[in-house]
Write a protein of this length. Structure first.
Length: 286
C-alpha cells in the first residue's frame, strides 16, 4: 500500500501525505502491489533533521514494518534535510515540494477551466495542489504527517476522503512550472479514502497546536503537570483531536533543560511513528 507525507517555503519543483488538521512537515505514500507490498508516503516540512522520516525508512528496510515501502516524500521546504534522506535511501524515494508563500504570490489563476477571468490564489488552492501531488504519483494507502506545520484545510481532507474530485492542475501561464509531472494517471476521485495520521509531541487533549513541548515544559516548571508525552492520531478537522493510535507517556524531570527534554521526546517520537504506521497498515491489509 502507499503512504504519503509533506514540507514549506519555496516554489514547488521536483519529485517528492494526512491529518484533518495538520501541523509540521514531512510526507510519504504507501501502495500495495499484487505481492502485498505496502507503499506508504510521508508529508512533512522537515523543520529539524527529518529523523522521524529516517526512522520509517529504517523500519521499512528491516522487519519492523515488513512488506512496506515509502513511495513519496513531500516537503514545503526545498532545503529540508528530510528530502536528502529520502533521495539517499536505497532505493531512492521520490520527493516533491511546494512552498506556501511563493505559491500564494504566483500568477492569478483562472476562475474556471478555460476562463480568461482570474483571481488571486488562496490557501485552499495550495492545499488542493498538495492533495493532487499526493495522488498523481500513484495512489498511496496511507499519508503520514510529521512536521507539516500548516493546518490542512477541509478542501485537502475532502479530496483524500473521496468526498470531492482530485483537483486539476493550476490553470495559469506558468502552470507547467508549478505542477509536478507524472507518468501515473491521476484519478478523478479517491476510493476508498486514504487515511491520514499525524505525529504530535503531547498527550491527547493536552497542548494542542504549535510549541507543544515548550508549553508542557513551562507547565511543569509551574507545577501544573508531572508528565507529557507523544501521540500519533488520525487527522480530523479539529487540530490534534483525532482518535489516538499510539500514545507514549514521558515523565518530566526536575532540573532537566528544555533542550534535553526535546531530545528525549524526539527519541520517543521515532518509536511511536513506526508503531502507529505499522498498526494502521496492518489494518488496511487485513
Amino acid at each position: 500500500k502507499r503512504v504519503t507525507w509533506p514540507d514549506e517555503n519555496e516554489e514547488h519543483r521536483s519529485t517528492h501525505f494526512g491529518q484533518r488538521s495538520v501541523k509540521g512537515s514531512e510526507s510519504a505514500s504507501i501502495s500495495v502491489s499484487d505481492e502485498a507490498l505496502l507503499n506508504f508516503g510521508q508529508i512533512g516540512g522537515f523543520y529539524n533533521t527529518g529523523s522521524n522520516l529516517q526512522a520509517l525508512i529504517d523500519a521499512c528496510a528491516s522487519s519492523d514494518i515488513p512488506d512496506a515501502r515509502i513511495s513519496l516524500v513531500i516537503s514545503n521546504r526545498k532545503a529540508a534535510y528530510g528530502l536528502v534522506r529520502a533521495q539517499s535511501a536505497t532505493p531512492p524515494i521520490p520527493t516533491d515540494y511546494l512552498a506556501l508563500a511563493p505559491f500564494l504570490k504566483g500568477p492569478e489563476i483562472a476562475t474556471d477551466p478555460g476562463s480568461t477571468a482570474t483571481r488571486p490564489r488562496t490557501r485552499a488552492d495550495y492545499d488542493l495542489q498538495v492533495a493532487r501531488m499526493v495522488v498523481q504519483h500513484g495512489r498511496p494507502d496511507l499519508v503520514v504527517l510529521a512536521g507539516w506545520m500548516h493546518i490542512l484545510s477541509p478542501e485537502f481532507l475532502d479530496v483524500l476522503e473521496g468526498k470531492t474530485d482530485v483537483p486539476p492542475p493550476i490553470q495559469s501561464a506558468t502552470a507547467a512550472a508549478e505542477t509536478s509531472t507524472s507518468t501515473t494517471a491521476t484519478p478523478a476521485r479517491i476510493s476508498p479514502q486514504i487515511p491520514i495520521i499525524n505525529l504530535h509531541p503531547a498527550l491527547p487533549g493536552a497542548f494542542d497546536g504549535a510549541n507543544a513541548i515548550h508549553r508542557a515544559y513551562d507547565a511543569f516548571q509551574s507545577g501544573e503537570i508531572n508528565k507529557t508525552g507523544v501521540m500519533v492520531h488520525y487527522v480530523v478537522q479539529e487540530v490534534d483531536r483525532g482518535e489516538p493510535i499510539v500514545v507514549k507517556e514521558i515523565e518530566l524531570k526536575q532540573g532537566e533543560s528544555l533542550e534535553d527534554l526535546e531530545a528525549r521526546i524526539h527519541q520517543v517520537e521515532h518509536v511511536a511513528i513506526v508503531e502507529a504506521t505499522k498498526k494502521v497498515l496492518e489494518g488496511i491489509s487485513s
